[in-house]
Design a protein around this ligand. Structure first.
Ligand code: AHR
Length: 488
């Protein structure tokens, strides 16, 4: 039996909707084939962008999309991706599979995608192999309405008014694929580059500095000490890689021990955030600078027979549980975590959508984002959870994870049972009589997945919820993620 007490008085603040953000890189079939098929494709599209994928993204109210990378961002030269298609420069994508990048998806196409989805763009500029002038002119091209050669060029390319892009990343993984810099050096480079990313009219940029990987607290310390004054956000990347880089798990064929190792790594995000938040608190006690976890999720072995540089992996209920564990943690830390972007949207790593030619399938991870969407911009409510530990001698985790929020008088509780084989009764103490509830659930075997010919994992109505004195009694099936909407 698990006990959860929800307090309506105690809150970490508002859960930024950007915590439910996503990331799309020029990598494998994320952009090409997954999102962009070109105007002449027989696959239904608007301006070359797949209609089925856009509809799926709209249905979860995807709030923000990061692009063009990832590692790709630091070898991307934005001018290669504007102007007439036939004149666009070709390059080799040296990070991802050595394939030819024809730049047919560039700035205008990305912003058209964001328009169709109704999400905000988050663009990462090139620090590693680009100049401050190149980055500065990209911002001008996007956000200025002045009379300049750069703005006239945009107008010649078909866009009269500025787009007003807000979220702006200054390099990606500058400690690694973005230039293998030392933190002191990057802090100075960041200060210089961001200085020339100007504010045009009302278009104030939210500037995001490259932050640490996992528990690299030295990076956070140096960046916060030397550059916090000129940043709005500090990014952090942390993947869940059971088995480690050299012995990565298969996405679909794994043992219960692998499952619990995966859950333990995912749950460790709480500690990682705590480590960086403590340093950020020291230099920024008012919590002005947001922690931007702009790459997170499972990283498994690629599917057999696929290009190892394309990072294509299937997605099971294990992925759904990892998503739920992370999103609950981000919700709880909404006082510091302002944005998070799961890697990556379509066909890459922990994707929410998989495509194969004209076919598309929604993964269990997608359904978790569907179940969690009412947390966006809601007031977080503290949840005290008393639950048993489950797992192996090496890797044990809390059996139940949860988070709660309130908006427009309705409480949303997301609740997950991490046990792969045992149902769990959960009492939810709200200190108030419950008038009505509405539940939805995703459940399945830990290694079950949706494929193009059969998609058994779908969100269903959930009614194993009973009002009891001052709260609820919920019976959570094994390996399940639920959303319960509560009216008091
Ligand atoms: O998401 C795949 C890659 O992982 C990104 O390009 C990079 O930033 C990270 O190392």
């Amino acid at each position: 039996m698990t006990k959860i007490s929800i307090s309506r008085e105690s809150s970490a603040g508002t859960i930024s909707k950007y915590i439910y953000g996503h990331f799309a890189e020029h990598l494998g079939h994320c952009i090409y084939g997954g999102i962009f098929v070109g105007k002449d494709s027989p696959i239904p599209n608007t301006e070359g962008i797949r209609s089925d994928v856009v509809e799926a993204m709209k249905a979860i109210h995807l709030p923000v999309l990061r692009w063009p990378g990832g590692c790709f961002a630091d070898e991307y030269h934005w001018r290669d991706g504007i102007g007439p298609q036939e004149k666009r420069r070709n390059m080799v994508n040296t990070n991802w599979g050595g394939v030819t990048e024809d730049n047919s998806f560039g700035t205008h196409e990305f912003l058209e995608l964001c328009r169709q989805v109704g999400c905000e763009p988050y663009i990462t500029g090139n620090v590693g192999s680009g100049t401050a002038q190149e980055m500065s002119e990209w911002v001008e091209y996007l956000n200025s309405d002045g009379d300049s050669t750069v703005v006239r060029e945009r107008r010649t390319n078909g866009r009269q008014d500025s787009w007003g892009v807000r979220f702006w990343g200054v390099g990606n993984e500058s400690w690694g694929c973005g230039g293998i810099m030392r933190p002191e050096y990057y802090a100075d480079v960041y200060r210089r580059y961001q200085n020339f990313c100007r504010q045009y009219g009302d278009h104030k940029l939210y500037k995001i500095a490259c932050g640490p990987s996992d528990v690299n607290t030295e990076w956070t310390e140096v960046l916060m000490k030397n550059a916090a004054f000129c940043m709005d956000g500090l990014s952090m990347h942390s993947y869940t890689i059971p088995g480690g880089w050299d012995h990565k798990n298969s996405a679909t064929k794994f043992t219960e021990a692998d499952y619990f190792e995966t859950m333990a790594i995912a749950a460790d995000m709480e500690r990682k955030i705590g480590l960086h938040a403590e340093i950020m608190d020291k230099y920024d006690p008012d919590k002005r600078v947001g922690l931007i976890i702009d790459e997170w999720g499972n990283w498994f072995e690629v599917e057999p027979g696929t290009n190892p540089g394309f990072l294509y992996q299937q997605n099971t209920m294990r992925d759904a549980m990892v998503a739920a564990v992370h999103l609950d943690i981000f919700n709880r830390h909404c006082d510091r975590v302002f944005m998070a972007n799961i890697a990556q949207t379509v066909n890459v790593l922990q994707a929410i959508i998989l495509t194969e030619g004209e076919k598309m399938v929604l993964t269990p991870t997608y359904h978790v984002f569907d179940l969690y969407q009412h947390h966006m911009d809601a007031k977080e409510l503290a949840c005290a959870i008393e639950t048993g530990k489950i797992g192996t001698a090496e890797h044990s985790v809390a059996g139940i994870t949860a988070s709660a929020s309130e908006k427009d008088g309705i409480i949303t509780l997301t609740l997950s049972n991490l046990s792969p084989d045992t149902a769990e009764e959960v009492t939810v103490d709200l200190k108030a009589a419950v008038k009505e509830t509405k539940g939805r659930i995703l459940q399945g075997r830990m290694d079950a997945y949706n494929d193009f010919d059969s998609a058994p994992l779908q969100v269903e109505d959930f009614s194993d919820i009973r009002a009891v004195d001052g709260g609820l009694l919920v019976k959570m099936p094994a390996c399940s993620v639920a959303e319960i909407r509560i009216g008091l």
